[in-house]
Structure formats: structure tokens, C-alpha cells
Design a protein around this ligand. Structure first.
Ligand code: NDP
Length: 240
């Protein structure tokens, strides 16, 4: 029977590419999103993938959303924690709201999504949890104290949970994309983008599909011995 995969923020950018790649690999896919109904409707029309609206920053909404997906598609085997936002500001200008929004979505969102699903993964003795962190969680980034803190936190979460899941057939891994051509990066002023590209040894932004292929591999049975790992896909921009 086909495995079921849930991708948060799965209707746009990297998440959309992940949803499509998992569907093409034979998974039954549910794509979650936060509020952009128009993008979600267009995504479903183009791909046939079902979309589900709730915020990963809201624990109860995640619990209800997961129950809805499982009632409609069956037990979830693969969770891709991809939803993320930026609220950039130099630290001396960063507001408490900018801090909290990013932590609530990019870090607490992983708890909110994984915690309600965890008992069923343990019970069924199989699971794949794949967390989309960031190069900026590894190296830090000017103007992103909130985002870098959350994304670094995602890596700690991944390693701790990998230890807890190992005996239950659950692998937990992280992917740290470098700069990928999505709305998030295209929103950066062109001049800044050119400066970013100048720092990438391969000389270009990454494509969402290049991250999606990493996810498909980590979700597969072939990746069963990989857990607690951080996979970087950044064009050589930062090597750890
Ligand atoms: P986009 O801004 O293109 O898309 C973000 C997606 O996340 C949308 O589907 C959006 O839904 C959803 N989303 C945002 N907030 C929430 C929420 N609270 N609950 C549920 N869904 C939410 O982002 P990217 O594709 O660029 O980024 C995807 C992930 O990759 C993020 O975690 C990001 O931090 C990470 N990343 C991105 C990089 C890049 O260069 N683009 C580099 C490194 C990491 P809606 O459409 O409703 O707004």
C-alpha cells in the first residue's frame, strides 16, 4: 500500500516541489499551508494533490489537521516539516513580535506537528521525519537572529528525536538548503541577491527540485540507516 506523506508549507516554493516529488515517487501526499488559498487552489489544480489549511504555529490546529489528513488519506508515514517564514531585522530593531512569529512557526512548529504524530509512528514502528532547516541555522546570518536561532534549534531537535525514534524504526533527519529560488529569496532586493550568488561557488541559486530530491531519498527505505543527520544542499556556500 502507498505510504502517506504530509508536507507542511507544501503548496509553494520548496514545499511544493517536495509534495510533487513525493507524489511522483508513489506517495499519497497531503500538502498543508497557512493562508494563501489562491496559491493552494492553483497547486491542487495543477498537481491533483490535496491541500489542508492550518497554521503549524497552533498546536491544537496541528492535532486536528493531522487527524483530518489521516481520516481522509490513512495513517501518515512521512512528515516533512518545511513550513517557514522570515521576519528579518537587525537585532537592535527586531521587535518581540518578529522574534516570536519566527520561533513559533520555524521551531515550535516542528514540536506542534511532530508531537501529535509521534505515538502513532512509534506504534506502527515506522516513520520518516524530515526537517527543513537552513544554511543560516548553521552559520548565522546578519538580520536573522530570530531565523538563525530557530533553524539551529531545528537541528538540535532533529538529533535528540533521532535518538528517541531509532528503536521504533523512525528516522529523523534535517536538510539545510542554501539559497533556493523561491518567493522567500526572490523577495530579497536584486542587488542583495547578486551579492548572495557571488558567495555561492556553483554560481547560481538552487532549484526547489534539488531539495525535493534530497527529501525523497531520506524518506525512502534506502535511507533506513541514516538518522540524526544534517544534509546540506547549498552549492558549496558553507561546508561543515
Ligand atoms: P515560501 O515562502 O516560498 O513558502 C512557504 C510555505 O510555508 C507556504 O506554503 C506557506 O503557506 C507555508 N507557511 C508559512 N507559514 C506557515 C504556517 N504558520 N503554517 C503552515 N504553513 C505555513 O518558502 P520557501 O519554499 O522558500 O521555504 C520553505 C522552507 O525552506 C522554509 O522552512 C525555509 O525557512 C526553508 N529554507 C528556504 C531557503 C530558500 O532559499 N528559499 C533556504 C533555506 C531554508 P501560504 O502559501 O499559505 O503562505
Amino acid at each position: 500500500m502507498a505510504r502517506v506523506a504530509l508536507v507542511t508549507g507544501g503548496t509553494r516554493g520548496i514545499g511544493a516541489a517536495i509534495s510533487v516529488a513525493l507524489k511522483n515517487a508513489g506517495y499519497v501526499v497531503a500538502a498543508n499551508y497557512a493562508g494563501n488559498d489562491e496559491a493552494a487552489a492553483k497547486f491542487t489544480a495543477e498537481t491533483g494533490i490535496k491541500t489542508y489549511k492550518w497554521s503549524v504555529a497552533d498546536y491544537d490546529a496541528c492535532k486536528e489537521g493531522i487527524a483530518r489528513v489521516e481520516a481522509e488519506l490513512g495513517p501518515i508515514d512521512v512528515l516533512v516539516n518545511n513550513a517557514g517564514i522570515t521576519r528579518d531585522a537587525p537585532f537592535h530593531k527586531m521587535t518581540r513580535e518578529q522574534w516570536s512569529q519566527v520561533i513559533d512557526t520555524n521551531l515550535t512548529g516542528l514540536f506542534n506537528m511532530t508531537h501529535p504524530l509521534w505515538p502513532s509512528l512509534r506504534e506502527r514502528k515506522f516513520g520518516r521525519v524530515i526537517n527543513i532547516s537552513s544554511i543560516n541555522g548553521q552559520k548565522g546570518q546578519f538580520g536573522q537572529a530570530n531565523y538563525s536561532a530557530a533553524k539551529a534549534g531545528d537541528l538540535g531537535f532533529t538529533k535528540a528525536l533521532a535518538q528517541e525514534g531509532a528503536r521504533y524504526g523512525i528516522t529523523v533527519n534535517a536538510i539545510c538548503p542554501g539559497y533556493i529560488a523561491t518567493d522567500m529569496v526572490m523577495a530579497v532586493p536584486e542587488k542583495v541577491r547578486e551579492q548572495i550568488i557571488a558567495q555561492i561557488p556553483v554560481g547560481r541559486l538552487g532549484e526547489p527540485e534539488e531539495i525535493a530530491r534530497c527529501v525523497v531519498f531520506l524518506a525512502s527505505d534506502d535511507a533506513g540507516f541514516i538518522t540524526g543527520a544534517t544534509m546540506t544542499a547549498n552549492g558549496g556556500q558553507y561546508m561543515v
